[in-house]
Design a protein around this ligand. Structure first.
Ligand code: DOR
Ligand code: ZN
Length: 363
């Protein structure tokens, strides 16, 4: 048992990578995230995908309408980059004030990525416009080449694509999303350029599952679909390196849950969907990982400061309380269809976020 304090008061965190889904799911997902986070970067991989500003604004309204009474949760919208995205769309997105990034899914890389980019050269005009407008590119950094081993796809993406992307668009803000390997950590650390505000030009989000688990979690006592996400969990040495990066205090690393809800039957299936659902207890999971690593004092920077600074947004003014209190993650939560199994269902955690303890942000 460490000598950690009985409670932690943190600046309210933001989630810089989140899947809220749409329709009936919003009644659940928005409430879970709004209970912990002030803002979230909302992923655009709906069916059909959010490919332009008009669709993003309409989706934003549906998210806002699903907020619990009194919540000031702010969805920060993104566009889904396709081979056909028009460069002019970027100025429209920027001018809307509601779009904060454009997501690159290599076609076929993950859930609902079939409309993604087939060749980066097809989107060079759009990337040019993004660089000019200061619109961040959010990257799912995995190659889709079936010849490449699924555990190597992040490292190969960096070698084959990210190095060139960085060279060809030196002023483009880039977030390498949900990093999982020492290769990604090394790449981020090699990038020292800053934007005109002094913020890093390249950053990375890190999920709780990639901090807490290595790939053995997928096979512990049998096949464990609720630990299957993309990029897939990696070997222990990579987990340690990613954890070290999260705990380093380096502003290039920040919180992004990649909470990706799929109803239970869609996970526990012959061909189960990729995605870990962690939004209902994300902060508790991060606190667990940081405490295990002996760096709880670094949680606030990672969860509440670095992402806002990267995006050039004000840090939140209100706070959230975490109490040292043991509790067990439920086996199932109500969700559309047959409910959802949260990440680490059945696990005992040592921290609990106190609901409603922090004052609302001023409007
Ligand atoms: O595991 C994942 N699930 N990875 C992604 O990139 C997408 C996500 C989803 O939308 O379910
Ligand atoms: Zn994601």
């Amino acid at each position: 048992m460490s000598s950690a304090p009985p409670r932690l008061i943190l600046t309210r965190p933001d989630d810089w990578h989140l899947h809220l889904r749409d329709g009936d799911a919003l009644a659940y997902t928005v409430g879970w995230s709004a209970a912990q986070f002030a803002r979230a970067i909302v992923m655009p991989n709906l069916k059909p995908p959010v490919v332009d500003t008009a669709l993003a604004l309409a989706y934003r309204q549906r998210v806002l309408a699903a907020r619990p009474a009194g919540s000031d949760f702010q969805p920060l919208m993104t566009l889904y980059l396709t081979d056909r995205t028009a460069p002019q769309e970027i100025a429209r997105a920027k001018a809307s004030g509601a779009v904060f990034g454009v997501k690159l899914y290599p076609a076929g890389a993950t859930t609902h990525s079939d409309s993604g980019v087939t060749e980066l050269r097809h989107v060079h005009g759009v990337l040019d416009a993004m660089q000019r407008e200061g619109m961040p590119l959010l990257v799912h950094g995995e190659v889709t080449d079936p010849e490449v081993d699924v555990f190597d796809r992040e490292a190969v993406f960096i070698e084959r694509h990210l190095v060139a992307l960085r060279r060809d668009f030196p002023a483009l803000k880039i977030v390498l999303e949900h990093i999982t390997t020492s290769h990604a950590v090394d790449f981020v650390l090699s990038q020292t350029a800053r934007d005109s505000r002094g913020a890093p030009l390249l950053g990375a989000t890190i999920t709780p599952q990639h901090l807490l688990h290595d790939r053995n979690a997928l096979f512990r006592g049998g096949l464990r679909p609720h630990y299957y996400c993309l990029p897939v969990l990696k070997r222990e040495s990579h987990r340690r390196r990613v954890l070290e990066a999260a705990c380093s205090g380096d502003p290039r690393f920040f919180l992004g849950t990649d909470s990706a809800p799929h109803a239970r039957a869609a996970k526990e299936a012959d061909c189960g969907c990729a995605g870990c659902f962690n939004a209902a207890h994300a902060l508790e999971l991060y606190a667990q990982a940081f405490e295990q690593a002996g760096c709880l004092h670094r949680l606030e920077g990672f969860a509440s400061h670095h992402g806002a600074d990267f995006y050039g947004l004000p840090r939140n003014r209100d706070r959230i309380e975490l109490r040292r209190q043991q509790w067990t993650v439920p086996q199932r939560l109500d969700y559309v269809d047959d409910g959802i199994v949260p990440l680490d269902a059945g696990r005992r955690l040592d921290w609990r976020a106190v609901a409603g303890a922090a004052p609302q942000q001023p409007a």
